[in-house]
Write a protein that binds this ligand. Sequence first.
Ligand code: IVH
Length: 692
Amino acid sequence: MAESNQKNLDIDLEKITSEEEAKKAVAKLTKAIRYHNYRYYVMDDPVISDAEYDKLMRQLQKLEQEYPDLQDPNSPTQRVGGEVKEELGTVKHPTPLLSLKAAYKKEEIINFSETCQKELNNNKIEYVAEPKYDGLSIELIYEDGNLTTAATRGDGNTGENVLSNVKTIAEIPLKLRSEKNESPAKLVVRGEVFMLKDEFNDFNKKREGKGEDPFANPRNAAAGSLRQLDPKTTAERPLHVFIYEVLLCNGCDFENHWQELKAFEDYGLKVNMTQSQKCDDIHEALRYYDEMAEKRDELPYEIDGIVIKVNDLKDRDKMGVRQRDPRWAIAYKFKPRQGTTNLENIKVQVGRTGKLTPVAKLEPLNIGGVQVSRASLHNQSEVEKKDIRIGDTVLVERAGDVIPYVVKPIKDERDGSEKKFHMPDKCPVCNSEVVMSEDKKTTRCPNINCRAQVRERIIHFTQKAAMNIQGLGKRRVIQLMNANLIDSISSIYDLEKDEIADLERYGDKSAQNLIDEIENSKEQTLQRFIYALGIPLIGEHLAQVLAQNYKTLEDIKNADKEELEQIHEIGPEVADSITVFFSQEDNLEQINKILDAGVELQNPAYREKDKKLPLEGKKFVFTGAMDEWTRAEAKKLVEDLGGRATSSVSGETDYLVAGKDTGSKLDKAKENDVTILKEAEFKKLIDSKNEE
Ligand code: IVH
């Protein structure tokens, strides 16, 4: 589909005066909306913002209202949601998964409450106000307490079957808790799957490090992660969930929504009670909106507004639904955090690992109270895909503490003076010839002594979350490097007070302060030190995981790939990165120098295994599907008891756990005299060991 005529669709409804003109506009809007549905729902890669999409949809609705003859039964306004990825298999929803009417102004909310009052003949209506999470809507079905179905919204009537993927999300219980309330015969709930902002940033960095396309925002990342064909991929993604609606319940007698939310907690479903609020009237809901708008940046997840819902369930029934959305609820969206500005230039930055990143220099603009002057453009392929040129007017979006990004150029504003951008052939810092991957997604400077790389490594090493050398921020590091006082991480420890004191903006006292800071940072935890080393793919979390599993740095250095992969959160790529890092002479030399300078590592994170765990030394292999657990869950059961789970059967294997549809592993286990456990026997073993 030609994209250019889809993107900059700007129709002025005021100018439409005849049915003929309206017909043309309807056709254009329909085509554009279909295209954007496809980008959003199928590709998880939208090219316009939600606000722009909403505008197209509202324009089409308005035209269809004014000219009812033009309404096609297959118009996008008649559908609830989006498209379905065929490969996943489909699920017919027991009740349609509706959308929400969106409001952007206070008056629209007052109107909503007046409609509620009129229809319910009631002046005192209770509402529940909740965050509007910016993720992917999900339907979960529990039968007799067991999770039996999980589906995306799809077109509202039929969604994609994502059960195996959903089962990898630890926050979603496979079985409802029934201590307080007995599980209903059938419970259908709806919630949102999302990524935390921090985890999204780490995840995107890793993707970029591997030369994969970064996701534009946490929502697209969550959607892309859940709609994977291989659940293993989903399992590696940091996904979370909040449940917020009952769609159907056989065997419940809730009177209101607030009760439902509380019951979810008892069932072990993740609800966000702390950020949700019962409101006595609409004004309280409006105050909640203001509070949430203030809080928005502090929340660890993205929200794009609030949802106001009538609390009483009988009242909801009385009000009923429109075509796409219920009449008893409304989304009150925040102002889009977007703006347009001039893209003045594209600079190329060299990162810690030598990766070259194009960065847009923007004419400063204020988006939602924050001054924005730069935005990452990720890589050459991304620049070409979006057709971003130097001199363009661009649409920029800021999402919480996620780095601002360029949504698209406004092509209509071009005057022909804009210039296409190409990554340089040489590193802008050390002039080495750079290497670009064939797909143009990564460009690297191969020179590990490139000053930019060294500088970034030092800045990474000294930062707060790493060695926490407070007087050594980015500016100071650059100053010390320019004065030739430092040229590697370990050279920090050779700094002398007098040479620092001679530098501009330093004096005797501040020089001594820096020396003291460096001295104080020498007593350090292994966890921070591992992070500080800047091993590719090792963020703060994995550094912690390593420190929990290995007592000393020496132990980590000596760990081989296979051993590292036994750790729950470490996959082949990460294991590779660690072993490669510790096999490089330069790195070992740096580490030795740092330790010789007196850096001392303690490891309080290490999980002392003084008591031998019941399955210590036992090796398990799993084959075939199990009823009660996914592979990852079963693996965790074994690991929590000190055992190990490996992927192939050998003479060293102690147990083969055989689920349904077993394959060649079973034969191999028989050959090797491995004890074979059926699922029930495995359960018994785990239960008995847990009691030990
Ligand atoms: S209730 C029938 N509550 O917003 C009403 N939806 O634009 C069902 N959303 O697709 C929705 N947070 O994915 C509801 N607290 C919340 C929500 C929420 C986010 C999403 C939902 C829906 C979209 C509608």
